[in-house]
Structure formats: structure tokens, C-alpha cells
Design a protein around this ligand. Structure first.
Ligand SMILES: *[C@@H]1O[C@H](CO)[C@@H](O)[C@H](O)[C@H]1NC(C)=O
Length: 453
């Protein structure tokens, strides 16, 4: 009996050891796979999160549409949509099927060209906040005619616009038909409508013979020197073929990230900022034949469109968005856009010498300046270990390094077509604790990497 127990015990211990060893070996072999799995799980999680963001925006949009629909139905009984449009035509100053009558493109009694401001509106009556502001600061109604282009056929919004009488010109996007979108992109239908609206409105306005147009969306406030800024930079846009836009927007324009003592400071940027921007008729002639069906702003940032051209942008934004509800901006507004500082000064840009922004001058002085700045690390900067108050440079060598440092500094950390927001030759300029800092790639930078996104 004893020896049988003995052998049983030995057998049991042996089996136990074997199983343990087996488990350890398998565990080790699986470790690589498991890491891979965890990474996949991580990217799945971030995918789900970004999807949730999109859905959130869509829900806000939907609520807005439903509200406006309910308001419409409550007001009076209306004929079906098609007849409604015909019925409306009788009282409309601007017939839907004829070319709209637009303000003259002839400059009379002022310096510089006529530059219409085209305001894109849809169904937000808050367009009033935008128009009040644009009218308040407008130095000359003949030089800067305000043309509101309305899509969406929303009656309350239309009435708000018409209440401005001759101070603004209303044009109406005639094609309110549904847009066929691939099933997978149903949730992005709003972006298709926006692209259709932009295409139609810019074709219509440029057909009047203007050389330049400023584009504004209905949720923007503008700064006191908004017009002066565009008038002062227009000659640069005319002279320098490497420029393709002037934008009033600084993507990293949060209060703590800009030098409030330097409202006159302007930059060149490879990143198309949008949000209050000026383009020429030549650029429109180039873009309009291939204008995309959706996501026009990301499309315009692609190398095929940009062709290495750059925009002028200010240190301190001349526009600020107040709109919370839109196709895309819900969470983005809460987290970011609402902190962008709107300039309050009046800078006499037309009286300044802005030739430093022309490519040859700028590439000599700006790039030299940046690469002569001493290199510091973010940690040194954060801990106040940097002795100089002069400009300094933080170097980044990879996408992840850029994103990590940008996040810690409160900068936007995303890339579009490989370009970081506000970047010029990869350099992002900002203010940190009263000091100018450049987040910059190494001096032998070879160009943007499309895989950085
Ligand atoms: C404007 O500034 C540039 C330097 O960027 C200088 O070369 C030029 O002489 C200045 N022009 C005038 C009219 O002061």
C-alpha cells in the first residue's frame, strides 16, 4: 500500500510539473501575440471613440433639423416642398432660375479691389451674430459687399437675412434635392451638402468678375481689423505665386499660446486654415472643375491641390467661431475652438511693409531665425530651467514625439496630409509663458510625410 501511494504521489507531482512547464512555455510564446492583441484592442477602442464623436455631432445636427422642421410645420400648413418653392418665387427678389443680381465689381472711390464677403448660411438664425459683426466693422459697403449664400431653404433663417435689406445680398442655392451618397457615407451627408453649396456659390459669385472673394461661415465673429487685414495682405496674394490663400485663423490661437503684444505679426503656413479666408479667381478657376463632392477642406489640403502653396495666417485670430451646433464641431468646440482668442486691436495692415512675408524674404529670415535659436527640451521649458527670454526651439524627430509634445503644450496635435496645424516647413510657432517657442524638425528636414496623420 505504502509503495503504491508513493508511486501515485510521484506520478501526480510529475504530471503537475509537466503541466506547469507547459503553461509557462505557452505563456511566453503567446506574449508577442498578446501584445499585438492589446494594441489592436487599443486601436479598436480609439476607433469606437472617434465614431462616437461623429455620432454625437450627427445627433446634434439631427435635433436641429427636427426642431426646425417642427417649427415650420407649426407655423402654417404648407404645400409640398416643390410647390412651396414655386410659390415662394413670386415674392423673392432673386429668382431661383436666373443668375442672381450681384453688387458691382468695379472699384470706385477707394484703393484696392472690390472684395465681396461670401457668408455661407443654412438653417441657423444665429447668422445674425455673424452679419451684425461684419456690418459693424465694414469700412466701405461698395468695396466689401456682403453676399449671403443660403442653402437648406430654411424660412426663419432666410427672413433674418432679408431683414438686413440692402446691407447684404441674398443668393439662394437652388438645388435642394437629396444627394445620393454611398451607404457607408450616409452619416456624412452634411459634408456633401456643404461641398455642393460651396461649389455653387463660388461659381456664382466669381462669375460676376470679382478678382478676390473672402469666405466666411455663419458661425463666425470677426475682429475690428478683419477687412484691413485682408486689404493689407491682398497685394501679397497677387504678387507671390507660392501663396494661395490668406486666412484670418490661427489654429493654435488659444489665449495662452499667442503673444498678445504682437497683433501685427503674420506668418506663412503650409496648413490650410480656412475659417475666414480669401482666395483669387485664378485659384477658383483651377479648383472648380475638380471640386469634390464632400470633405472639401481635407481635399484642398492634399498635395495634388496644394502643390506646395501656402497661406498667410495671423498670430492672433481675426475670426472666432461661436457655433456649437454644426456638422462636425460639437465636441471640438467644447474642447478647443471656444478658447481661440479673437484679436481686439486695430492694426493698420495697409500701411505696413508686409514684404517680409514674400517667399524669398521669409525663407531667408524666418528659417534662419528658427534654426539659430537654442534647442531646449519641453521639460526644461516647463520647469523654468531655460535662462534666456529670447526665442527657443524644441526639436521633434517623429510623429509620435510631435504629438506627445504638442499635447503637453496644449497645441493641436493632428496632421492633415502630413502637415501639422499652422506648420511651415514643419515648424510650429507659439508662445509659452511669455516666450517664443518653435516646435521644429531637424534642420535637414526633407518634406512632409503623408503617412503622418
Ligand atoms: C520693406 O521691407 C523689406 C524687408 O522685408 C525691405 O527690403 C524694403 O526696403 C522695405 N520697403 C519699404 C518701402 O520700406
Amino acid at each position: 500500500m505504502r509503495s503504491r501511494n508513493f508511486f501515485l504521489t510521484i506520478g501526480f507531482v510529475g504530471l503537475w510539473t509537466f503541466v506547469t512547464v507547459l503553461l509557462v512555455v505557452r505563456h511566453t510564446a503567446d506574449f508577442g501575440k498578446r501584445k499585438d492583441f492589446m494594441m489592436k484592442l487599443g486601436s479598436l477602442e480609439s476607433g469606437v471613440k472617434s465614431e462616437a464623436k461623429i455620432q454625437d455631432g450627427l445627433i446634434r445636427e439631427l435635433v436641429l433639423i427636427l426642431k426646425s422642421k417642427a417649427a415650420k410645420q407649426a407655423s402654417t400648413e404648407k404645400p409640398p416642398v416643390g410647390e412651396e418653392l414655386v410659390a415662394e418665387r413670386g415674392v423673392q427678389e432673386i429668382p431661383l432660375d436666373a443668375a442672381p443680381k450681384l453688387p458691382s465689381n468695379q472699384a470706385k472711390g477707394f484703393d484696392g479691389p472690390v472684395i465681396p464677403v461670401v457668408v455661407f448660411a443654412c438653417n441657423r438664425v444665429s447668422v445674425k451674430k455673424c452679419l451684425d459683426n461684419l456690418i459693424e466693422y465694414r469700412p466701405n459697403a461698395d468695396q466689401f459687399p456682403i453676399i449671403v449664400s443660403q442653402d437648406c431653404g430654411d424660412e426663419p433663417t432666410r427672413n433674418v437675412i432679408l431683414s438686413y435689406k440692402e446691407q447684404v445680398t441674398l443668393i439662394t442655392q437652388p438645388d435642394l434635392s437629396d444627394i445620393e451618397v454611398p451607404p457607408k457615407e450616409k452619416k456624412f451627408k452634411g459634408y456633401y451638402k456643404i461641398a455642393r453649396h460651396y461649389g455653387w456659390a463660388l461659381n456664382t459669385v466669381f462669375a460676376q468678375g470679382y478678382d478676390y472673394v473672402i469666405i466666411v461661415e455663419d458661425d463666425l465673429n470677426v475682429a475690428p481689423d478683419f477687412y484691413e487685414y485682408f486689404l493689407g495682405t491682398q497685394p501679397l496674394l497677387e504678387k507671390d505665386p507660392s501663396l494661395w490663400c490668406v486666412s484670418a485663423w490661427n489654429d493654435n490661437g488659444k489665449g495662452g499660446l499667442v503673444d498678445v503684444q504682437r497683433p501685427e505679426l503674420l506668418y506663412r503656413t503650409d496648413f490650410f486654415p480656412g475659417l475666414g479666408w480669401m482666395l483669387s479667381k485664378e485659384l477658383w478657376a483651377e479648383l472648380s472643375p475638380k471640386w469634390p463632392k464632400s470633405f472639401w477642406d481635407d481635399w484642398i489640403r492634399q498635395p495634388q491641390q496644394r502643390k506646395d502653396r501656402v497661406c498667410i495666417r495671423p498670430e492672433i485670430s481675426r475670426t472666432r467661431t461661436f457655433g456649437k451646433v454644426g456638422v462636425s464641431n460639437g465636441l471640438f468646440y467644447d474642447k478647443y475652438l471656444q478658447y481661440i482668442k479673437l484679436s481686439e486691436d486695430y492694426v493698420h495692415f495697409t500701411k505696413m511693409n508686409l514684404t517680409y512675408l514674400l517667399k524669398d524674404n521669409y525663407d531667408k529670415t524666418f528659417l534662419n531665425h528658427v534654426y539659430q535659436c537654442p534647442i531646449v527640451t519641453f521639460e526644461e521649458l516647463r520647469k523654468g530651467m531655460v535662462k534666456t527670454k529670447e526665442a527657443v526651439r524644441i526639436q521633434y524627430n517623429s510623429r509620435d514625439q510631435y504629438k506627445r509634445i504638442a499635447k503637453m503644450l496644449g497645441l493641436m496635435d493632428d496632421f492633415k496630409s502630413g502637415v501639422p496645424r499652422t506648420g511651415y516647413h514643419g515648424i510650429v510657432s507659439f508662445f509659452y509663458k511669455d516666450q517664443r517657442v518653435y516646435l521644429a524638425p531637424s534642420a535637414n528636414w526633407k518634406g512632409y510625410n503623408l503617412a503622418w496623420s
